[in-house]
Write a protein that binds this ligand. Sequence first.
Ligand SMILES: *Cc1c(COP(=O)(O)O)cnc(C)c1O
Length: 475
Amino acid sequence: MKKTLLKSAYDPEEFRKRGHQLVDELANHLAQSISGKPKKVLDWKLPEEERDYWNDFLENGEEDTLFTETLKHSIHVHHPKYVGHQVTAPAPITALTGMVSALMNNGMAVYEMGMASTAMERIVTGELCKKLGYNADSRGFLTSGGTLANLTALLAARKAKVAEDIWTKGHTDSLGIIVSEEAHYCADRAARIMGLGDKGIIKIPATVDFKMDTSLLDETLENAKLNGITVFAIIGSAPSTATGMYDDLEAISSFSKKHNLWFHVDGAHGGAAIFSEKYSYTLKGIENADSVVIDGHKMMMMPAITTALLFKDGAHSYSTFSQKADYLLGASEGEDWYNLAKRTFECTKTMMSLHWFTMFKTYGEGIFDEYVTNLYDLGRDFAEIIQKDPQFELALAPDSNIVCFRFKPHGISNDDLNTLNIKIRQQLLEDGEFYLVQTTLKKIFYLRTTIMNPFTTIDHLTALLEKIKTMGNSI
Ligand SMILES: *Cc1c(COP(=O)(O)O)cnc(C)c1O
């Protein structure tokens, strides 16, 4: 019995047949989604209802409808009316590289478990370092997501800047990092994982345009010192998640230099603007960062999840995890760039470099320029039409493709406006024609859009505003 099951599971002809069918189905889905014709981006259901559906499917569903049903019950990021969270509509070729990675399953921890993808990883991270303006001594690697990459960067920072041997002895001193209050929550989480506690996460208030108020840095550092906290790192957001505003990386860089702090740039979302001729100015100063994070699955058109972590001084990319695991990591002379598990939190990881390498090889870096520039342009155009419409309020002029606004008809109090916009967001979710999200800025509830799809046009966005008006006026 078992043998029959295994034989069927590994049957190459079965794989070929299903694979061809599936690629056809996915290509049809893609064509439909991109056309924007399907009435819904998301056919929203209550979580319990969805769980019941799949419980029933496991018992009674037709096996050959499994993938079709999965598509139907998932959000469609290639639909031009998807303007929600910051995951990209992946370039279809990266679905194919994902398939190669899944079937080959090269585990990447040591060189021979991923020869091609290890070499590719060295090459693509080298290209990214060059693009940042780093020199030949810089190095990087790929890891599973911005959250993990930010933690890894902070661990490297602590190793580099704190004199105690924390890896061996644990830490006794009070340590701290400086971030903007607008930084992604993963910075806070990373600091807590590292044992920094409440006191060690020193938050700088944001300016009116939601950037780190760098005029407060010196005073804040002084205060931390007086409280016995040794600050070792500062993080600039490029941009921050909620509003998409870029911190002043040049100011943060000078400050970090003056005080010998590690300067980390969280460019998970917008580090990719380094490829945009028009918008690379947003990252001025990034060339001085000790480390930089860029997500492939946000503004670089790749599937979740793949993140580049780049170090100005490549030596730091080796020193973070000097834990012994000799069975994997044979002692070697010279630079051991090809045994990746020495440098990443993960042991096994996917062949994620294949996405990056394939994008560079197939389209060249110009595709990232087009992608980022178009979407950032569209963010500005969208903001302009919001601003011109008296029934809407723009939260702030956007730096990127993240645009926050609210429906604001005349004569309604702030509290009522919050309630109204919360209702609008919920109705939009349940309606499913568009998908957007929300954020609260200084106690005001805003609708939040991230324009991630190169097929979204100003017409789709205008239609979204019309829909919100209709909904808002009938609540
Ligand atoms: C999305 C984001 C993260 C988290 O990255 P994941 O890849 O989702 O783990 C961190 N920082 C910023 C600024 C982000 O936008």
